[in-house]
Design a protein around this ligand. Structure first.
Ligand code: PEP
Length: 267
């Protein structure tokens, strides 16, 4: 269902309701930004305003945070979803947020415009199937040790439940290189585009884990023909409860937006 044999034309996935629908696909470059985690109403609103004023059209933000350590901040759950919907109301930005448990799919789908499935859950087949039945578009991140074939098969689990509104997200894979948290597999973009009709975006923030690499990796994503980027932004990265070192400030986000505008997507 996700292959170009089945559907030769590359697809566009629309996110949001009739009043504010945002396309992700071949004819546009979608800029998604927001805090890694929803921490407080104020922090989320400030991050959303920074994202919006830099030109982002979708807001990201985690209410459920699957952390490596069970002692790290795990997210605000439903309270976080409510903060996100308030911020959507205030800014008009549709929201994409992660769901980590199949049992939470209904409540997340009730609040969010797009469900995110993170790297740690790419092969959680029950979750993929539940997302496939949610009626909402899905942002499917690549498992950090998954091959492209395994990733596309994960997308197939969602599609098989009747949901072809899937956007793939390359967010780096585990390699032997310790200079970055993950190694951004930029070649995955054209490989996926040759094989699958689904849109593919890049997450340079979670790939690198370092904010100084976010702009160069975004430029690489644009140059290689990705359909968008998703980046972390925080009004006070030094105080962030999650992944502060990779979060951009407003000025840095604007620099990124300028890079997006200057470099036309590859043809
Ligand atoms: C995220 O985007 O909030 C996240 C945790 O990303 P990943 O699943 O790619 O690590």
């Amino acid at each position: 269902l996700v292959s170009r044999q089945h559907h030769p034309e590359r697809s566009t996935v629309w996110v949001g309701d009739a009043a504010r629908r945002v396309p992700i696909g071949p004819d546009t470059f979608t800029f998604i930004a927001g805090p890694c985690a929803v921490e407080t109403p104020q922090q989320t609103l400030e991050a959303a305003q920074m994202a919006q004023s830099a030109g982002a059209t979708l807001l990201r933000g985690g209410a459920y945070k699957p952390r490596t350590s069970p002692y790290a901040f795990q997210g605000l759950g439903v309270k976080g979803l409510e903060i996100l919907t308030d911020v959507r109301e205030a800014t008009g930005l549709p929201i994409v947020t992660e769901v980590v448990d199949a049992r939470d799919v209904p409540v997340v789908a009730e609040h969010a415009d797009m469900l995110q499935i993170g790297t740690r859950n790419m092969a959680n087949f029950g979750l993929l199937q539940a997302a496939g039945e949610s009626g909402k578009p899905v942002l499917l991140k690549r498992g950090m040790t998954a091959t492209i074939e395994e990733w596309l098969m994960a997308a197939e689990y969602i599609a098989q439940r009747g949901n072809l509104d899937v956007v793939l997200c390359e967010r780096g894979i585990r390699t032997f290189e310790p200079a970055t948290r993950n190694t951004l597999d930029i070649s995955a973009v054209p490989v996926v585009q040759a094989t699958s009709h689904l849109p593919i975006i890049v997450d340079p923030s979670h790939a690198a884990g370092r904010k100084d690499l976010v702009v160069p990796l975004s430029r690489a994503a644009i140059a290689v023909g990705a359909d968008g980027v998703i980046v972390d932004v925080h009004p006070r990265p030094e105080a962030a409860l999650c992944d502060g070192p990779q979060a951009l400030l407003g000025t840095e986000l604007r620099e990124l937006a300028q890079a997006v505008r200057q470099l036309p997507p590859a043809v």
